[in-house]
Design a protein. Structure first.
Ligand SMILES: [Zn+2]
Ligand SMILES: [Zn+2]
Length: 199
């Protein structure tokens, strides 16, 4: 097991948590809701190797353009169904929720899609992608060492993400939660909103 350090950056405007995960001198960022300045503070000189998006909702991609511009050598990793949401303010929820269209401008060449079972090698610890549809069709959880980054799939206190938004599915959510509880019981999870918990 590698030495993994997790920093949580809370968003002051009510959007998602951003997590900076460091391992042996490299880091990845999970979701993009913090400012570049907050990200650089959290990195504290450690090299950023990539950004991973848990799903395509606006509150998780708020500052994606700025981050990808500030770090021109990295890629953004996300589920293939999240790609459409980046440039669609209805699908990413920005228009209906905050009446402000968020349309990601960054060139498509900066995005790489991930699928169930993919293992990203961005630093010394394997980054495992789990497809967990339900909150959206593009929701993934990310396993790094013994930690699960759950996006809006699972929340502290036994709560889970809403399934009534576009591409949500209560049936898929039940399946995804069952799978997480079966395969990863007892592991700590880090949510897109609020506090951490144990699966
Ligand atoms: Zn969210
Ligand atoms: Zn969401």
């Amino acid at each position: 097991m590698q030495n993994i350090e997790i920093t949580k950056i809370k968003n002051s405007r009510g959007a998602a948590n951003t997590y900076v995960v460091k391992c042996n001198g490299k880091a990845v960022v999970i979701d993009a809701a913090c400012s570049v300045k907050e990200l650089k503070n959290a990195l504290n000189g450690v090299q950023l190797a990539g950004v991973i998006i848990t799903h395509g909702h606006f509150d998780h991609i708020l500052t994606l353009d700025e981050i990808l511009k500030a770090f021109p050598d990295i890629y953004c990793y996300l589920h293939k169904y999240a790609i459409d949401k980046l440039r669609d303010p209805i699908q990413n929820g920005s228009e209906p929720t905050v009446k402000q269209a968020l349309i990601i401008q960054t060139d498509a060449s900066r995005f790489k899609t991930v699928d169930e079972g993919d293992a990203l090698e961005l630093f010394d610890e394997k980054i495992l992608i789990l497809e967990t549809p339900g909150h959206t069709n593009c929701s993934i959880c990310i396993k790094i060492g013994g930690n699960i980054f759950a996006g809006d799939t699972l929340f502290a206190g036994g709560y889970y993400g809403r399934t009534d938004l576009p591409t949500g599915s209560a049936a898929q959510m039940r399946q995804s939660l069952r799978r997480l509880k079966k395969d990863f019981a007892g592991l700590p999870f880090y949510s897109g909103h609020g506090e951490e918990g144990i699966i």
